[in-house]
Design a protein around this ligand. Sequence first.
Ligand code: XUL
Length: 529
Amino acid sequence: MPLYLGLDASTQGLTLQAIDVESDIARLVFEHTTSFDRDLDSYGTRHGILVSDDPRVAVAPPLMWADGLDRAMAAFAKSRFDVSRVAAISGSAQQHGSVYLNGTAAAALEALDPARPLVDQIGGIFARATSPVWLDTSTSEECREITGTLGGATEVARLTGSRAFERFTAAQIRRFFKHDADAYRPTARVHLVSSFLASLLVGRDAPLEPGDASGTNLMDLARGSWAPRALAATAPDLAAKLPPIVPSFTIAGALAPYWRARYGFSAAQVAVWSGDNPCSLIGTGLVDEGRIAISLGTSDTLFGLMGAPRIDMTGTGHVFGAPTGAFMGLTVFSNGSLTRERVRDAYGLDWPGFSAALASTPPGNDEALLLPWFVPEITPNVPAPAVRRRRLDAADGPRNVRAVVEAQMMAMANHSTWMDVTIHTIHATGGASANREILQIMADVFGADVYQFSVGNSACLGAALRAWHADARSRGREIPWLTIVRDIAEPTAASRVTPVPERVALYANLRRHYADFERDELALLAHAE
Ligand code: XUL
């Protein structure tokens, strides 16, 4: 039976998962993670990032990612599995980060010597020793410049799927060009983390696909190709430096001789890598429209597949390409777990006490409303903390507990209508998804079935599943995505929380009040600036 590998180069580490596929059912059989800080400490990162004097700057050494990849492959080769059974490999990577290669890179990648570790051979291929990553916020000026050239934020979003964001690659490339033109000019290739690591596997330049390329502000979202206007607004001669964009199921090549001779792999097919968010879409089973995931973590994130490239005109949501060839919407809310914890702590509660407060208060909270902006909020854009209450006494613990959860759910529901998706099913993940009371409010506010879904590394799993899909397709067999994700990326029926019809009607009304309250307060905040 064939094995498929998924690799995930996240901010803090590199994970490899292997799945075994038998009769079209995939099973996870192996997982290994290399932590950058712990296992590759000679690179000196903290949480995968090099410490910088400027808090807005976040960069990482690309050589460290290559080292992580080599170690992951070595770890799998040492496992009980026969590595020659690996039929195909794909990967997932943190989005937006960029890797700058010089003119020697192509020859160096082709001539990798299996007798020596990878990192000993590629130290000289970089036009820039460090890579800016998604946590970098140093490019506000470049965002303004790009936005101005392209005719405004709405126009950038309409063209590329997102307005110009500091972490997106265009602003990062522009900053490099402006601050170090002498290093930018001879740069032969600007890769994303995903296409850089795929290039190492195939021993030559690997292409990008629309999922990760849409995190650059440089891709024409509807066409899935580089947007000449956006390239021109970013830096000179950029078209020649970027890899081509190909469909997500494309085989970039066979595993290079380095990996075969060094670790015993066969000439496995390497499918193009994608970003972690598009890979997570597959790894959480969101392969048809109407099913979304809500991750209740440090920040709360809502994402799901969209059949068409619809855009959030308010400028907070993102649209990326989906590995299925469709699109995905993603919206991030920064007042997530820490805000729930803050409210819990403010009233001296523990989690059972928090649940009891939810149970003791009526759905709809008698129209008491809270705007939960305890920290600056991304969606909607609230630059400084601003907690607001309406018909709500700050001293009333139970009502404030209900108000914060209802506010978070109503904000998520209201700020995802731009996706124009009729949501029937929600896969709830992340720490707070263990709380059934919170999930009941989610079900009632969205009017959708909610499933508890504890996923391990969904991006890595998504990459492995993409490898299987691409491999089958290259052999002339188009396996439906619903078959690919069956069981392995689906929640169990027993975890379902169903909406209560009367409450769905109640929240439909309250959501309008919440939207009005939010709009009024945003206007006041804008006025006060
Ligand atoms: C998405 C984003 C992060 C990174 C790292 O826009 O910045 O999710 O992909 O995980």
